[in-house]
Design a protein around this ligand. Sequence first.
Ligand code: FAD
Ligand code: PYC
Length: 405
Amino acid sequence: SINGHKGWKPQWREPEPKRSYDAIIVGGGGHGLGAAYYLARKHGMRNIAVLEKGWIGGGNTGRNTTIIRSNYLFDESAALYDHALKLWEGLSQELNYNVMFSQRGVLMVAHNVHDEQSFKRHVSANRLNGVDNEWLTPEQAKEFCPPLNIAPGMRHAVTGAALQRRAGTARHDAVAWGYARAADALGVDIIQNCEVTGIERDASGHVTGVQTTRGPIASRRIGVSAAGSTSLVMAMAGLRMPLESYPLQALVSEPVKPIFPCVVMSNTIHAYISQSDKGELVIGAGTDAYISYSQRGALHIPMHTLEAICELFPIFRRMRMMRNWGGIVDVTPDRSPILGKTPVPGLYVNCGWGTGGFKATPGSADLFAYTIARDEPHPINAPFNLERFGAGRLIDEAAAAAVAH
Ligand code: FAD
Ligand code: PYC
């Protein structure tokens, strides 16, 4: 490089952990870093630490396929995900960091009567909630995405598609780095290589701090934002979570010139695809069949996905794949997140985003900060409480999750 990489100011500090903080966030993904940022920026709290066991953004934030959309079925979900989508629209300005949010449109293709009925129901429900979504014929879908194969003789012929034009993608690393830099500038301590190994409570049950691989740290407010590891962290406070953790895999091709103008998803044949600004095709699969805490999965899963991609886009049949990886996703019974208080005073949880939480990052972070600062949920995240699994007030978004579980 021109200056030999010398004299660059780090984007955030590497502080030693203090003995005590007003709030601790466990997990330095986009959700955790974002929550710390909004706690500082909107709620005036400055004595905050984000504790990350590895490196920031090294979890699902840095492993996902970056699809952002808000076309969920139920009113509660439309409010939640569209809150996030609106924040995405101003995020680069808010953070003064280019998160490369690109509203290139997400096309969800239908292959059978069930898909069509389900997507058309989503289109109507979304419109009633002021969320854009429209139904396209196969020909209109091909016009929007020219590489799409709509030949009627295909094994899984395309019978139509739902299009959300405001949906798209963003640069995942930039989201973590942008929140980290902005939070650090407001005084938040971002502490990497610091695994939380225990949660301490007093005689009344209120949290008093955490044990970590870098020593004990006191705090009476602890927000857990640990995605696939949530069950393990919450067990440290004696809580059993309604979550299952699965590997979810993705892969990228060799880079090519711009060929793919949007995002296409097919839940029925387990594939989704977009093209990154570097030129790689970014492709993802359904979850692996078995629960696991491994950040890699079984080879037959991406092979199956590539078969689906080659059928939908024969133009890509001779492309070479460069890398594949997995992340650990935390899946709830109703495929909706848990975002709120817990039965343990001072302990808050943000989890259960499963295969679809990247899109929610700014919204979830904003609402989690609100909940921690005020010790009560915001009206948008109030329905996404832990008690709903006992009370039976589920928010069943299995169809809108759009990724096979
Ligand atoms: P993470 O980024 O995983 O952050 C949690 C952090 O907690 C990790 O960095 C972890 O190291 C840390 N941690 C865990 N335990 C501890 C501990 N004991 N102490 C300290 N730190 C700890 N969503 C979408 O919306 N669109 C998509 O296209 C999409 N595609 C996906 C594709 C794949 C392959 C995967 C794996 C996921 C995908 N998702 C997608 C889901 C999305 O990535 C996640 O829901 C989201 O990124 C979760 O963000 P997070 O900040 O909560 O989690
Ligand atoms: O939730 O849109 C999504 C998604 C796409 C790929 C994985 N999750």
